[in-house]
Design a binder for this molecule. Structure first.
Ligand code: UT7
Length: 337
């Protein structure tokens, strides 16, 4: 749990990038034993983007980062921390973060990957905040970038229709917000800007429910994603809301104070059930799963970018992000935009 601090990680800009090729459910019907009706009914997904040979996790990450920097009115030179959340790196090493760093021409500071599967972006934002709040770094580029299409078994209809590729990025800046009320003292409008609280959890005993069946140290292959969908679903709607409750408590607010709920975009039914548990009305929930499919660590920053671009998320808004991923790993965070 992150607590009170003078320096806060304040959002300066958000950006996203998608592969050129959009694949609709209808198009999938020609290669996979599935139907548009089944996919929409069970997941809400209508289309996803699939990376071509010339598109990788790092190229998508670089493109998203450029947009975020532009929107922040900053240049790569202003960045001294790059954290990339991904489970589909370009290479086993070097990290995708260092490839993004080099692609942007950043030569100072530090860049590293963080792996918490679909919860990766929440983990990465929380990690970057620790650097910024400590005063050790000034501006962070936090990226969620994935090419899950590369680890899908296209013969397995229970998984291959669910995922897509893409990247989202956010620029965070360390700002002194100490003159404002701290989370414990204020409600809603009185809260300072920046990341106010977060709660991360993991429990490795659930490994077999969602994993990739390959890796350098075991099979020496990349492997394919395997998932017991029903089990993941049950856990996602049944238990992960614990981190939401803890994060609300740490901020001293309730779900009523939220302006926007931006959860991981895996399944429309999971999103709706999580929101309903806290009485968050549908009009405050940002949902992009219909357009992107499940893009793992990229899903939240992609959704944030959409909601910033269309004018829904505005400076001063209280935004909760929340996700669950393989491991299991799960987490939530509240930011005042
Ligand atoms: O990012 C974090 C991790 N991922 C998730 O959060 C995903 C969590 N799980 C889910 O979203 C859902 O469990 C799924 C969407 C994966 C599946 O939905 P479900 O309602 O749990 O369906 P099911 O697995 O119980 O399958 C129902 C039926 C089965 O047929 P029978 O056995 O009832 O005859 C499947 O064979 O649907 C069949 N089916 C399909 N049919 C058409 C499974 N996949 C497909 C498909 N097209 N693609």
């Amino acid at each position: 749990m992150s607590g009170v601090s003078r320096l806060r990680a304040v959002v300066k800009g958000v950006g996203s990038a998608l592969p050129k090729r959009c694949v609709t459910n209808k198009e999938l019907e020609s290669t996979v034993d599935t139907s548009d009706e089944w996919i929409v009914q069970r997941t809400g997904i209508r289309q996803r983007y699939i990376a071509g040979d010339d598109e990788t996790t790092s190229t998508l990450g670089i493109a998203a980062a450029r947009v975020a920097l532009d929107r922040a009115g900053l240049t790569p030179d202003d960045i001294d921390l790059v954290v990339c959340a991904t489970s589909t790196p370009d290479y086993t090493f070097p990290s995708t973060a260092t490839m993004i760093q080099a692609g942007l021409g950043i030569t100072k500071g530090v860049a590293f990957d963080l792996q918490a599967v679909c919860a990766g972006f929440v983990f990465a934002v929380t990690t970057a905040e620790k650097f910024l709040a400590s005063g050790s770094h000034k501006r962070a580029l936090v990226i969620g970038a994935e090419t899950f299409s590369r680890i899908l078994d296209w013969e397995d209809r229970t998984t291959c229709v669910l995922f897509g590729d893409g990247a989202g990025a956010i620029v965070l800046e360390a700002q002194d917000q100490s003159e404002l009320a701290q989370p414990e003292q204020g409600q809603g409008d009185n809260l300072p800007r920046g990341l106010l609280a977060s709660c991360l959890r993991s429990d490795g005993k659930h490994r077999a429910k969602l994993f990739v069946d390959g890796g350098p140290s075991t099979t020496k292959t990349v492997g394919f994603l395997r998932m017991e969908g029903k089990e993941v679903f049950k856990f996602a709607v049944g238990q992960v809301t614990d981190v939401m409750a803890e994060t609300f408590a740490a901020c001293g607010i309730t779900a009523k104070d939220l302006d926007w709920f931006v959860p991981h975009q895996a399944n429309r039914r999971i999103i709706d059930a999580s929101a309903q548990k806290f009485g968050i009305p549908p009009e405050k929930v940002v949902t992009t799963v219909q357009d992107h499919g499940n893009t793992s660590a990229a899903s939240i920053p992609l959704a944030l970018a959409v909601a910033c671009e269309d004018g829904r998320i505005k400076p001063g808004d209280l935004v909760m992000i929340e996700a669950i991923g393989g491991g299991f790993t799960w987490g939530a965070a509240i930011l005042r935009w």
